[in-house]
Design a protein around this ligand. Sequence first.
Ligand SMILES: *Cc1c(COP(=O)(O)O)cnc(C)c1O
Length: 366
Amino acid sequence: MATCAEAELTFSIQPNPAPASDETRAAVLANPGFGTHFTDHMVTIDWTEGTGWHDATIAARQPIALDPAAAVLHYAQEIFEGLKAYKQADGSIALFRPDANAERFNQSAERLAMPTLPEDLFIAAIEKLVELDKGWIPEAEGASLYLRPFMIATEAFLGVRPAKTYKFIVIASPAGNYFKSGAPAVSIWVSEYTRAAPGGTGAAKCGGNYAASLVPQGEALARGHDQVVFLDAAEHKWIEELGGMNLFYVFDDGTILTPALTGTILPGITRKSLIALLREEGLTVNEGRYSLDQWRADAASGKLVETFACGTAAVVTPVGKVAGKDGEFTIGTGGPGQLTRKVKDRLVAIQRGQAPDTHGWIRKIG
Ligand SMILES: *Cc1c(COP(=O)(O)O)cnc(C)c1O
């Protein structure tokens, strides 16, 4: 619950005295790429034990000073979120389900023994930043302003316990179309490493999970694949998810399966949205387990017709090929499947205001 002080927290807005020039910004927006260019401002809100959240500020984006003993640098008390602001068909700006990100952020905070942030404050921080930096939203098809809220433990203390001070920060980065000419099917490598174990932090969006996925991801790349897919830690049999995307399987009887949220899988907001859209179409979406052996057998028999991965960054990505220590197999024709294309188009149309938002997923800004 927000304390009174937090609910009334007002943002001190200090505009960047030296923002990027119009020419620099135009050059970035013409070719934003992903994650390398940033807007003029950032949000910071501090938390101190006993006081709660305080000093909400929007100011010039700049390096942050941290004591070398800051807890985040040693024990990785860090969580993050990722969401996008889109230019709508009518020229307005909208966020997609920021309330879901706020809720998940707090679930991650609880798992990492960090303070939760009132959901209204999380959303207000993002809205104010987008409003101030709205000149940085690229307008090309598939482009957006990617928002990265995160929280770090700032207390200078080397003992192992939850820190007593934290910083919540939001930065923004213009993002181009993840895949320039439609989404090509990706090839994925089944890792021998595990991403998440029962009782671990797999369902939390924390930097530590990503640090642990870099070696397996590097192995996938070195073997000529695009992404890594992880199996469960206990039996090394059940397919969980990619490094940063959830999976869906489409069968020839029209049913769809996605791994159930067992605690070792990150509860994706794209995943949740696609389940709703598919069910609305009258399709059966089951949440359950699917083994690597079954996946291979169903791909060979033709029972499995499509597989796709989903997440905020790339939205929906078809999976064409799967390889592991026991050889490789192709799904369908190896290219993007029909339903994959259709659900992606439906979701993107809602996100961009080209289709009616019947679920209340769109939150307009300004
Ligand atoms: C963020 C993330 C996803 C996708 O979640 P979305 O809310 O759809 O962006 C999937 N898996 C992992 C491990 C993630 O970190």
